[in-house]
Design a protein around this ligand. Structure first.
Ligand code: KPL
Length: 282
């Protein structure tokens, strides 16, 4: 299968490296990362150790072949730009899979891609970008994939099997929109707090004040999410958030990584979005 990863940051490069075991993968990323990959190969350190030659380019419009699977791992504020850039290579049969943070990606993708060809996904892997050409895999998580009609299809099973064969633990879901909200609730607690306090994810449970804040934010995000009839249970969601923090304790959240590089963060697609929904629902 020909796979293109649009947004080869930490998660995109990690998934690309793993999928290159059983697919032809092309990474699309920033120039300095792409140049380092072309020169020295892509290096994965931490709990996964790999060094591989992999195709890398700095813009999707530099190719003229269409991928069978286009994986979007760009930041949520770049979703529309990325899809527009890739429009000419998204053919009738191209599956577009979003593996991004935030609550607004699918609506943006739907403007350009047939909803039947969209797979929505979330992942709780922890990874950070250590330097151009090098990613640290800090925590193994689960990847959940589903289609918007909430059905189980052969295509979805095929992609899920492909991921599992590549060593990416993946399950399919018939409630993928709820899974996206669940990930957003986790991110609403972990990402801003680790950014404010410039700490690894694990510190949030080591410091009792931060541990308490995680719980308060989690409850507020659950309350807001439940105005959308999602029916999250407090105990299960707080437990899940704690599990993600424990499994990614050595990670620097994606928001902290963006902040340290003086780049935009995804706060608008996570906390800001939740606050707006909360306000609209009293
Ligand atoms: O999604 C993440 C992120 O950093 O954006 C987690 C799972 C919290 C890992 O850091």
């Amino acid at each position: 299968m020909n796979v293109m990863i649009l947004g080869a940051g930490a998660i995109g490069s990690l998934f690309g490296a793993l999928l290159s075991k059983n697919c032809n993968v092309t990474l699309v990323g920033r120039k300095n990362h792409v140049n380092a990959i072309i020169k020295f190969g892509l290096s994965i350190k931490g709990i996964t150790k790999l060094n591989l030659k992999i195709e890398a380019i700095d813009s999707a419009d530099k190719v003229n072949t269409s991928p069978d699977l286009l994986i979007l791992t760009v930041k949520s504020y770049d979703t529309e730009n990325a899809i527009r850039q890739a429009r000419s290579i998204i053919k009738e049969n191209t599956i577009v899979l979003s593996l991004q943070n935030g609550l607004d990606n699918i609506d943006k993708i739907k403007k350009y891609v047939n909803p039947e060809k969209i797979i929505a996904g979330v992942t709780t892997h922890g990874a950070f970008f250590s330097q151009p050409g090098e990613i640290h895999h800090t925590g193994k998580g689960t990847t959940v994939l589903g289609i918007l009609s909430n059905k189980k299809t052969e295509q979805l099973d095929k992609i899920s099997s492909l991921f599992n064969q590549a060593g990416i633990k993946t399950i399919t879901s018939q409630t993928i929109i709820k899974d996206i909200w669940s990930k957003a609730i986790v991110n609403s607690c972990v990402n801003p707090l680790t950014t404010f306090f410039q700490c690894k994810n694990g510190y949030l449970l080591e410091n009792p004040i931060l541990e308490h804040l995680v719980e308060i934010i989690c409850k507020e995000s659950i309350n807001i999410s439940n105005t959308q009839k999602l029916d999250f249970s407090y105990n299960e969601m707080i437990e899940h958030t704690r599990d993600v923090i424990i499994n990614t304790s050595e990670n620097y959240s994606s928001m902290l990584q963006s902040f340290k590089k003086d780049r935009r963060t995804e706060i608008h697609s996570i906390n800001d979005k939740l606050v707006k929904i909360g306000k609209n629902n009293g």
